[in-house]
Write a protein that binds this ligand. Structure first.
Ligand code: ASN
Ligand code: ZN
Ligand code: CA
Length: 331
């Protein structure tokens, strides 16, 4: 019998947060009964099995630093919670498969492991501790990114290679970013950067930029025949850039104190329709029109159909979708 509860978490990246926990006989467990029973486990440097469920005697979790192993657990649990709530509130989706069932999260994977990943076979996500075990990959946008891989797998099933792989990766960046904006946490305000909290490059720069993906040195800003051949984390740039342009428009803009400058392939000017509408269009396309083999040309067609369904074929939203794809050379 699970008794729902809200504990207090001291996270590394999101400040002090409320987290769903469960009252047990002797204390509390990091199991969120209100969100499908999502549980958070400590691998303690291991790389297999579930690890140990985090428990706590007074329902105040972590000390906000890497010195306390529970801190990364707090960030991971908070990320899963905000991602769950984002999908529920924004799209009416109950969990990754829409069946109300929670996944689980594992933290402290391996030694100084600089990655995080979703795995369909365990229906779980896993986080390394980053460089020198000081920067766990448990920020909100990364958690939203990994959990979204589960959603993509349960819906469009975009193959994780070639152009469909780039669209799969972009879907995770798009909704990982949407989760960050949704959470509206003052310690980690929404931005169009991926991984800005985890210092993955050791110099304070983020992992990826949606306004101009090539700023990372490798990602593609525009479609070209290279799109099907580069790493999926680089071909995702085309759709990330599309999504930024559709949401915010081309040119210079400052949002939550971050300056962006988004170029277009042909020098055209794109006017944004706002992130909320762009989210709805991408989600409808993902869950209705995209398939395992969708490529960029098909993504243009699928998002146009979605925009037509939602806003009408003569709508400003439909026209903006067309303009934003053209601006990233998808015609
Ligand atoms: N962090 C990476 C991702 O989710 C792991 C991978 O390459 N699959 O994309
Ligand atoms: Zn990914
Ligand atoms: Ca971010």
């Amino acid at each position: 019998d699970i008794r729902t509860d809200t504990g207090t978490g001291n996270s590394q990246y999101s400040g002090k947060v409320g987290i769903g926990t469960t009252k047990t006989g002797s204390g509390y467990a990091l199991t969120d009964a209100t969100r499908g029973g999502h549980s958070t486990y400590n691998l303690g440097g291991g790389s297999s099995g579930k690890g140990t469920l985090f428990t706590d005697s007074d329902d105040t979790w972590g000390d906000g630093t890497v010195n306390d192993p529970a801190t990364a657990g707090v960030d991971a649990a908070y990320g899963a919670q905000e991602t769950w709530d984002f999908y529920k509130k924004t799209f009416g989706r109950s969990g990754i498969r829409g069946d109300g069932k929670g996944a689980y999260s594992r933290v402290h994977y391996g030694n100084a492991y600089v990655n995080a990943f979703w795995d369909d076979s365990c229906f779980c996500m896993t986080y390394g501790d980053g460089q020198n075990n000081q920067h766990p990959l448990t920020s909100l946008d990364v958690a939203g990114h990994e959990m979204t891989h589960g959603v993509t797998s349960a819906t469009a099933g975009l193959n994780y290679s070639g152009e469909s792989g780039g669209l799969n990766e972009a879907t995770s960046d798009i909704f990982g970013t949407a989760v960050e904006f949704y959470a509206n946490n003052p310690s980690d305000p929404g931005d169009y950067l991926i991984g800005e909290k985890i210092d993955i490059n050791g110099d304070g720069t983020p992992l990826r930029y949606m306004d101009k993906p090539s700023k990372d040195g490798s990602s593609l800003d525009y479609w070209s025949h290279r799109a099907g051949h580069v790493d999926v984390h680089y071909s995702s740039g085309i759709a990330n850039h599309f999504f930024y342009l559709l949401s915010e428009g081309s040119g210079k803009k400052t949002i939550n104190g971050v300056a962006y400058d988004s170029p277009t392939y042909d020098g055209s000017k794109v006017t944004g329709i706002g992130r909320d509408k762009a989210d709805q269009i991408w989600y409808k396309a993902l869950t209705t029109y995209f398939t395992s083999t969708t490529k960029y040309k098909d993504a243009r067609a699928g998002t146009l159909k979605a925009a037509s369904d939602l806003y009408g074929a003569n709508s400003a939203e439909y026209k903006a979708v067309a303009a934003a794809w053209t601006a990233v050379n998808v015609k």
